[in-house]
Design a protein around this ligand. Sequence first.
Ligand code: AMP
Ligand code: ZN
Length: 478
Amino acid sequence: MKIFNTLTRKKEEFVPVTPGKAGIYVCGPTVYDYIHIGNARPMIVFDTLRRYLEFRGYDVNYVSNFTDVDDKIIRRALEENVDPFEISERFIKECKTDMEALNVRPATTHPQATLEIPDMIEMIRQLIEKGHAYHVNGTVYFRTRSFDGYGKLSHKNIDDLESGHRDEAHQLKVSGEDEKEDPLDFVLWKPKKEGEPFWESPWGEGRPGWHLECSVMSKKYIGGTLDIHAGGEDLIFPHHENEIAQSEAANGTTFSNYWMHNGFLKIDNEKMSKSLGNFFTVREICEKYDPQVIRFFMLSAQYRSPLNFSADLIESAKAGLERIQNGAEKLKDIIAKQNGKEMSAEEERILKEELPAFVDKFDAAMDDDLNTADAISAIFELIRFTNASTDENSSSEFAKKLYETLFTLSDTVLGIHPERKADAVSEEEVAKIEQLIMERTAAKKEKNFARADEIRDELAAMGIVIKDTREGVKWQRA
Ligand code: AMP
Ligand code: ZN
């Protein structure tokens, strides 16, 4: 498989540290609110990377964190007058609910920053010992210029950065936070402020800087060298650049061999983000659409391209998903008939000679830097092919083999269910439906047909159709 590596700006053949294994770390969300569909893009894309590598036989160790201590979490806790941990715990739970709806599999490990503080303190200690960090008045800074490779991921020159920081350096002096040796230095540990969560450390009570958590947790759960580190492209600088500096300075080994960054999900050509207020939460979109539509929408573009969100595009994603579902349904109908026919010679020939070409096309697309857009086109071609090569005379066995291939590509690898989700009826609805049916039966007994018809209409308005049968009244979703 070829992967576009942000570090080298080239597509490179994926060669893992240990043959047959892949250690992947993906920066996860800061849990202070419901996730928006921009946050869902890296989740869906890199979950698909994981699924594809597993499909190709890799043993994948997939680690993705929750940032559960942060200014935004603290601010929300103050607004609601609750403990910050209550906020992070609540939104980790909500995030997991959304992930499940989007068919994003739970990571092998979901570390949380607040549960890893001792290891963070240990990494800071090592960095100070090696001369890469220094302590001033309760704050520990990373000495950026002490790390030779600084700027290698974002392809920035450290001296250009220096001049770009002049204004900032000036502002820092004005605000009195001029303890840094160099404006490029960044925080590893910050002292506590009144009302904020804090931990004991050799440098006083405080909390770790954001960049540090990923360096520490990726090492702990994967090892000193990751195969792939991933996240949205907004994280390249400074977050990932700083992670490299911390990790390589502390560990003395390459931090990650491959860096993958997804493009932005945009709306009206602007990045969708909480701060701009131009976002839709996953929850909101799921009120109107099957979450599978969101997954299909995200995978309909190659992950590095910017993707614009609009009502038209989500509608066309819905139509695309339906094409897959309709194709699957036709095959399932043939399978369900269980006609017991032997596979014909022609059917056997098709399976042997024609079907593999669609799988090869799908694999070739995925091997080319996870081109899910082309992989979906290969699935569409497969569906056209299965439609053309099956009819009511096809053997169930043949349909089953075609269905298995479709299922593997769509469901196992892309995480897109080829089966239509029957709209679930809640317990409350069931109780209401049964109550109305009882009332209708009573009305009919009393020859109050007007009332009986009224109830039938009421049920129809709820999307329920009823049928009078010898065994009583049966109902189902229209
Ligand atoms: P945050 O909670 O802002 O740290 O974001 C969590 C993840 O979502 C990071 O990998 C971000 O890069 C990614 N992300 C945030 N907004 C977008 C967006 N509009 N499009 C794509 N990825 C995004
Ligand atoms: Zn990170």
